[in-house]
Ligand binder design. Structure first.
Ligand SMILES: CC(C)(COP(=O)(O)OP(=O)(O)OC[C@H]1O[C@@H](n2cnc3c(N)ncnc32)[C@H](O)[C@@H]1OP(=O)(O)O)[C@@H](O)C(=O)NCCC(=O)NCCS
Length: 194
């Protein structure tokens, strides 16, 4: 099935554990301000987990001006015009990893614990599954325990842990963890959405 067909499922409304309704849809060019504000709300200690300088407006401007959903598909969750979460499917589109999608997720600190990340990663995995990818992977540093726990609940297994392998923006070393889900055999765990 093509990506275009998958994208026709959006915008999509989902209900959170507290009953709030959020809209899920891919990033658009006019999301620049709201997307930048979302990243500014992320505490400094967590921003070091992110691979890009997302507080820099020019980085977000560049993303919004050069949207290529076949390569990077940022699925946003919006509530009253505010971006409250982002789950992205990254694809290589060639080379050794062309059959593997990479998933990343970030939830606004004020909107955590309501099932947003779980629901969004589930959506991204469904898109990956229906666009012909065979596997999805997710990368973490050792301190991202909540995220590692959540991906494990969704059926991802630990593929690799390398001690003191990566460095954050302040050049401090951290363990590197790679988790993965085989879309041709493994099933995601049930119970998404609450
Ligand atoms: C990790 C993160 C994405 C979770 O987002 P969230 O919307 O709060 O997660 P959910 O509400 O969907 O929770 C899903 C499950 O994860 C677990 N979980 C979430 N936060 C947790 C925490 N702080 N400690 C332990 N477990 C936690 C819970 O078991 C929860 O399952 P439950 O609903 O059955 O109780 C969010 O804390 C975040 O953005 N962290 C920083 C960025 C990051 O680490 N991203 C991952 C890199 S790919």
């Amino acid at each position: 099935m093509s990506l275009e067909l998958q994208l026709q499922r959006f915008p999509k409304e989902i209900s959170l554990k507290d009953g709030a309704k959020v809209q899920l849809r891919p990033l658009r060019r006019d999301d620049e301000k709201a997307f930048h504000e979302f990243f500014l709300a992320v505490p400094e200690r967590e921003r070091m987990f992110i691979k890009h300088r997302v507080t820099d407006q020019s980085v977000i401007h560049d993303w919004c001006q050069n949207i290529d959903l076949g390569r990077n598909l940022p699925l946003l969750a919006l509530l009253d015009g505010k971006v409250v979460a982002d789950a992205t499917l990254h694809q290589q589109l060639g080379g050794w990893k062309r059959h593997i999608g990479r998933v990343s997720v970030l939830v606004h600190p004020q909107y955590r614990g309501r099932g947003l990340a779980k629901a969004m990663v589930h959506e991204i995995v469904e898109i990956a599954r229906h666009t012909g990818l065979e596997k999805v992977e997710a990368e973490f540093i050792g301190e991202q325990e909540a995220a590692i726990h959540m991906f494990a609940m969704l059926g991802f297994s630990n593929l690799l842990r390398l001690e003191d392998y990566v460095k954050d923006m302040q050049a401090i070393s951290h363990d590197y963890i790679l988790m993965g889900l085989d879309l041709t055999t493994d099933e995601e765990y049930a119970g998404v959405g609450g």
